[in-house]
Ligand binder design. Structure first.
Ligand SMILES: C[S@@+](CC[C@H](N)C(=O)[O-])C[C@H]1O[C@@H](n2cnc3c(N)ncnc32)[C@H](O)[C@@H]1O
Length: 272
């Protein structure tokens, strides 16, 4: 299996995904879902994933007027609808490949909308933008990509960037331990590609491992996208936020994405 030196969660790859990887052997070209090779797979899937967008956008619409910060913006799944609200939006993202995809997307958008977007390559666990935001958004359970130290840095950075009365909106997914450890989902994308996505998690594991394979392949290399997502229950995040001088003003349950996933949107403010 080729990994091109990327730190990958091989240790957690189990079940059918592990069998497929073993069958592919040297033909498997593993990549992170957010790097130069994997970001196009993520982008293809994200374009048809509307989960939590309506709920987040409707909460942002209810916040005080002012600029919005979209953290871990990826290729703009949230950035685009946030801009469509008529707000100034700063999209902060670590991966240059993801930012390139967002730039390309903005290039095709109306000039008025494009003109309100600012793209920043940065780390959500430690940023200093020199401005305040009415709303900071962290979607798609992306907080799960940070370890405890990273999350503490994120909370401190967000706190410094919230305008008075501002809101921090973030989503998280908890899993229940019922049923099999591995789930498979099949996707067909607008680009005409079919994918098999495997998610592996057993109760007690810190993270679930997601692997995405093409549904069919012939001879030659096969690109496999991998990511590892920590399982962070809302209660745990609420305790961490409290310890960082932030306060959960409301919890909004989100429609389930799978039978064992429980998604929650946390609406957070600076503690008095
Ligand atoms: C699950 S994707 C979410 C992207 C986008 N918000 C969406 O809804 O499609 C997570 C994103 O977080 C980015 N990311 C990972 N670690 C990061 C960090 N420390 N700071 C900023 N972005 C990060 C990844 O490159 C990826 O684009």
């Amino acid at each position: 299996m080729r990994t091109d030196g990327i730190a990958l969660p091989e240790a957690g790859i189990a079940g059918r995904a592990a069998t497929l990887l073993a069958e592919l052997g040297e033909r498997a070209e593993c990549c992170s879902l957010y790097d130069e090779d994997g970001s196009s797979i993520y982008h293809e899937l994200a374009q048809q994933d509307h989960h939590e967008v309506r709920e987040l956008i409707s909460l942002v619409r209810g916040t005080a007027p002012g600029p919005v910060l979209d953290l871990a913006a990826g290729s703009g799944r949230l950035t685009m609808p946030l801009l469509a609200l008529g707000r100034e939006v700063t999209a902060l993202e670590l991966s240059p490949s993801m930012l390139d995809l967002l730039r390309e997307r903005l290039g095709k958008a109306p000039a008025g909308l494009r003109g309100r977007a600012t793209l920043v390559q940065g780390d959500m666990s430690d940023f200093a933008l020199g401005s305040a935001f009415a709303c900071v958004v962290l979607a798609t359970t992306s907080i799960s990509l940070l370890d405890e130290t990273g999350r503490a840095g994120l909370y401190a950075s967000v706190r410094r960037h919230l305008a008075p009365g501002g809101r921090f909106l973030l989503t998280t997914v908890d899993l229940d331990g019922s049923g099999p450890a591995e789930r498979e989902l099949n996707f067909s994308t607008a680009a005409g590609n079919d994918y098999r996505m495997f998610e592996y998690w057993e109760p007690g594991m810190e993270a679930r491992v997601v692997s995405i394979f093409p549904a069919r392949y012939d001879e030659g290399p096969v690109r496999v996208g991998l990511t590892s997502i920590r399982v962070l229950p809302a209660d745990r995040l609420e305790a961490e936020l409290n310890a960082s001088g932030l306060r959960v003003a409301a919890r909004h349950p989100l429609p389930p994405v799978g039978e064992r996933h429980h998604s929650t949107l946390l609406e957070v403010e600076v503690a008095a």
